[in-house]
Design a protein around this ligand. Structure first.
Ligand SMILES: Cc1cc2nc3c(=O)[nH]c(=O)nc-3n(C[C@H](O)[C@H](O)[C@H](O)COP(=O)(O)OP(=O)(O)OC[C@H]3O[C@@H](n4cnc5c(N)ncnc54)[C@H](O)[C@@H]3O)c2cc1C
Ligand code: FES
Length: 260
């Protein structure tokens, strides 16, 4: 049974017009949260909203999430001020497995860049060489640019507008990566579905292990309501796919088992 905590917003870092990093005091999630896991956060609406954990700080007993304004729930969350109280359920989901990973290529897009940050920080703490490729809309949208730059020298960005990094999407960068970076690497991807699909195809074509974090609409977040099911290739003969719960069986899945 996952625990629910009453938490306080202790820091709010505004990133442009539509995003912010929110830091909450919660020693339990700070201690247990792993990259790829998420939390469910209360808002003015009935259902809590899911957000990937962006980082934890065991010393201060805090964890952070990055939030982008989408609808009413995120709009209200982003109006919160330091000192405000929330209810949080978590940490939820399976997270990324770093066991046996010799080197890592992290690919982020959209709000997937927030949980990718946690994976980058964690990998560098473990001493795993890490390359990060983030896809942004434009330079103005390039949140956490400085933060990633501090973690790894191998930080590359693409922008749709072309005003920062390579013009185009993440594929424009991945297809040019040096063999010294790609050979034997594992790839973790978080972002829009089409981006994860394309990166998965690229990774599989190049013989890399690849893991994606699926994003489905969620309600309970703990495997009880089946709102979040996704199609995963069946291992059983005669069956094309099985339904798995994104919140409990995932959100991280092996790329080759996902039916896009
Ligand atoms: C595992 C996971 C991790 C996520 N991590 C982040 C993150 O780090 N940062 C971030 O900004 N956003 C993240 N999201 C998306 C975020 O949960 C939605 O943007 C948010 O729930 C929208 O709520 P709303 O009330 O503003 O929008 P509305 O559209 O009003 O929401 C209506 C309902 O749909 C659900 N919903 C809407 N969009 C999504 C979505 N994309 N994914 C899941 N449920 C959705 C809401 O939870 C709510 O129940 C994540 C989603 C999942 C599933
Ligand atoms: S959100 Fe209820 S089962 Fe996944």
């Amino acid at each position: 049974m996952k625990s629910e905590y009453n938490v306080q917003l202790v820091n709010k870092r505004v990133l442009g017009d539509t995003c912010a990093v929110l830091t909450f005091s919660c020693p339990e999630i700070a201690a247990e949260g792993r990259p790829g896991q998420f939390i469910n956060l209360s808002c003015s609406k009935f259902l809590k909203r899911p957000f990937g954990i962006m980082c934890t700080d065991k010393v201060s007993g805090t964890f952070s999430i990055g939030v982008r304004k989408v609808g009413k729930g995120t709009e209200q969350i982003l109006t919160a001020n330091e000192g405000d109280q929330f209810t949080v359920l978590g940490p939820l989901g399976n997270g990324f497995d770093f066991d046996g990973v010799g080197k890592l290529i992290l690919v982020g897009g959209g709000t997937g860049i927030f949980p990718i940050f946690f994976a980058a920080e964690y990998a560098s703490e473990l001493g795993i060489p890490v390359t990060v490729v983030n896809g942004y809309r434009s330079k103005a949208d390039a949140f956490l640019y400085e933060d990633f730059s501090k973690i790894t020298e191998n930080f590359m960005v693409t922008t749709d507008s072309g005003d920062l990094g390579i013009k185009g999407n993440v594929m424009a960068c991945l297809s040019e990566l040096d063999k010294a970076i790609t050979d034997g690497a594992t790839c973790f991807v978080v972002g829009p579905g089409i981006m994860m699909q394309k990166v998965s195809e690229w990774a599989m074509a190049n013989g890399l292990s690849c893991y994606v974090s699926l994003e489905q609409r969620m309600a309970c977040g703990i495997g009880a309501c089946l709102v979040c099911v996704c199609k995963i290739k069946a291992e059983q003969e005669g069956k094309e796919f099985v339904h798995k719960r994104c919140c409990k069986d995932g959100p991280v899945f092996r790329a080759e088992e996902v039916i896009w």
